[in-house]
Design a protein around this ligand. Sequence first.
Ligand SMILES: Cc1cc2nc3c(=O)[nH]c(=O)nc-3n(C[C@H](O)[C@H](O)[C@H](O)COP(=O)(O)OP(=O)(O)OC[C@H]3O[C@@H](n4cnc5c(N)ncnc54)[C@H](O)[C@@H]3O)c2cc1C
Length: 466
Amino acid sequence: VDLVAALVASVGPEHVLTDADRRAPYEVDWTRRWSGPALAVVRPGTTDEVAAVVGACRDAGVAIVPQGGNTGLVGGSVPRPRGDQVVLSTARLSSVGAVDAEAGQVMVGAGATLEAAQAAARGAGFEVGVDLAARGSATVGGMVATNAGGIHVVRNGTMRARVAGLEAVLPDGSVVTRLAGLAKDTAGYDLTGLLVGSEGTLGVVTRVLLSLVPRPVDRITVALGLGSLADAVAVVGRLARRLPGLEAAEVCFADGYDLVSRALGVAAPLPGNPPVTVVVDVGAWSPAAAGVLVDEVAAVLADCPEVLDSAVGTDEPTRARLWEARERHAEAVATVGIPHKLDVAVPLRRLAAFEAAARARVAEVAPGSTTVVWGHVGDGNLHVNVVGPAPDDERVDAAVLALAAAHGGTIAAEHGIGVAKRDHLALTRSPAEIAAMATVKHALDPAGIMNPGVVLPAPPGLFFEL
Ligand SMILES: Cc1cc2nc3c(=O)[nH]c(=O)nc-3n(C[C@H](O)[C@H](O)[C@H](O)COP(=O)(O)OP(=O)(O)OC[C@H]3O[C@@H](n4cnc5c(N)ncnc54)[C@H](O)[C@@H]3O)c2cc1C
């Protein structure tokens, strides 16, 4: 049977894209480091249509790349260069249900953007609890698939903690539905948990029941100028211990802010642009707490002699100004060239040593390159971005990832493994762990049709890629 004809029969001709022009946006990733032609791009509109598409691809022996907003940063959302994969776009699975205020939950389609889910949550006095700069395009399904982190992990955990249930189509075309939203359910293996962070390799997430968090009645943003990352870690530790309302603690460096200013005309939050800036959000959940928010933060900062300078935003325009240059770092780096994006986390006590060592290693391995670092300091998570080495030159990736592992950390804090880090997985996962992952993958996807070559190497003879 002709696969394209089967796909057209499943979703209708207008949702099977075979023209090169219409396929193009789905074929290159956000960083431009990974791309490949798709056999077709198919856009199912219901769970049944997803199951039909998966069944048709399985019958034809053709691999599927699930794609949400295509903002992933590790090359897992676009086809491999061989040109024999189908992109399954979740763009039409974009429903957003009514918020269940008693349960604090909302049901959304996997293709709903984070921004759409946030709007629904806020309308009912809640927050999604996970936030990131790509909110306008990143989908809830993609965030589940990558177990996204973002700026509120210090308070709310990663995406995993926000998933009360989900529905997914497995590689054999069967549908698993775990949407009762029960706070407790120990009946068997946690299939929801298994799919979170599986990067499209174990199935296509079609619906997600989000567990929301209460929206603060007020929030302030504070930018803190510091002399070093070590000082930033110390200060954020104190803030986290003494301010239960701490929602975000992000770190940027003077050279990164300089780049954002040059490339995008957006100024650093503090005049004089100190060596290190930490941007924090602190929330209050009652009018009484809101009234003393600024004083509460000031009291902690009075015990932080490391702080060289600070600026407080209590209204939305000022808060947005303090955040903007942080949020636009990725965009600024992309203006310089194609970045190697190394998303690592190490234990907090080793973060400053790691950062210094990483900059030194990059200078050795890729002299003359541009290195921009920023991150979620409360989580020990830094994004080391290097522009200079050719996209397929892996030396700088290998060096920085090995350094993170040597500092007791992970090579993938929140972006996932994708294809970018697949061949480095053994730096942070033992042979026993990788073997267990391969066993799970093979059990659920024996033909290797679901995003082969992502996370784990595809077994030779099936869909060997790259
Ligand atoms: C400017 C910018 C800032 C970012 N900031 C952060 C940040 O702070 N924290 C963070 O964690 N990440 C961040 N990211 C990356 C982050 O991983 C993505 O934004 C988001 O999680 C991916 O969602 P997406 O819909 O774009 O997924 P895609 O890019 O489309 O896909 C990502 C992976 O998930 C799989 N996938 C997608 N949808 C599904 C589905 N429905 N079922 C099964 N598999 C699926 C794909 O196959 C792929 O492997 C940022 C990205 C950008 C561009």
